[in-house]
Design a protein around this ligand. Sequence first.
Ligand code: ASP
Length: 423
Amino acid sequence: MKLHTKIVIGLVAGAVAGILAYTFAAGAPWVRWIGDNVAGPVGQIFLRMLLMTVVPLVFASITLGVAQLGDIRKVGRVGGRTMGYFLLSTVLSALLGLALVNLVRPGDGLSPAVRDQLMATYGAQAEGMQAGGTVKFGVDMFVNIVPRNPVQAAANMDMLGVIFFALVFGAALTMIPEERARPLIKVVEALGDAIVKVIDFAMKLAPYGVFGLIFVVTSRFGWDLLGQLLKYVLVVLAGLFIYASVGLSALVRTFAGLSPRVFWKKVRPSIITAFSTSSSSATLPTNIAVAEKELKIPPKIAGFVLPLGATMNMNGTALYEGVTVLFLAQVFGVDLSFGQQAVVVLLSVVTAIGAAGVPGGSLPLIMVVLATVGVRPEAIAIILGIDRILDMARTTLNVSGDLTAAAYVARTESDWDPQSVTA
Ligand code: ASP
């Protein structure tokens, strides 16, 4: 049986088991025990095995990507194209979210009683998150991309710092004499190859890990909350679905010359991994494998665009942030002017770039956006209970968006032929 099929079985079995446990034994001590001592740990070990590869993988693939592109001007051009595409697709997605949330106004119907009850239940959790999110908008955000110490950036999983160092390091390797650079490039290549093997080990665990992750989510999820927040959840899910099926499909066709049907069929392993891990970073290894093996994108392009994308290109997160901020403003009766909504779009895009690609990575940043437009940041408590399901969905869009970017850059910057990819 193919690994991919086994993972899908793990996903479905985990969801069924979790929903059964919730339906027939909600809150029972043994369900909690299984979650804490079996399903949870197995899921976490799988997730950690994947995350453990991310720093060396990003370092190796970006350094090699830059070194293989060779000419530094070419790196600049490819980088420029990549960033331009990231920005375009993220802005479009955030705008779609904003349009939908203004149209449906899901926040208007939420009763003050439910609101206050949610604030009471999740308020403490929200306060804890705020302590973590000490971002300030402004020039410092750019300054902070440059790490003071690359080892510390790696230790803190500050991926923008790692990427910055790898870009500069790779560029420097192309500028020293070739016979000096060659041995180190060989080492980095071997590092990359070994990491790919580690990822293979991790993926062997995937069917069980995915089962565990999904079981814990579904057996503990606030299903009863879902009804109360249904309109909001539907706006987010509809937005993500429309952006994937219409927006990304159109981008893939126009920018990459690839049939959307073929694209969506090929990227399934990435969708499953993102959906079950809720982490762009943990999906990066799968994304690189899918780009190279399924979409036949040259490794130097995939290895350059996808690590950048996992950190900086989050279409789903931007859409979700816009909807969430406006929804909470509606719930608390804060009327946002057109100008303020434009600020929300801008900040959603900026924070989607800055958000860490881990489960719930964007939540502390949403609190900062809320505060900026005059909604109390603790308002995020309202949506914490159902966030995980939305996280699974937005992360799926995030990683699919990265693959569309890689296809676009491959088409314009290499001899990749979209026609060579067949269903
Ligand atoms: N979980 C998301 C990701 O990894 C980030 C977020 O929106 O919280 O892409």
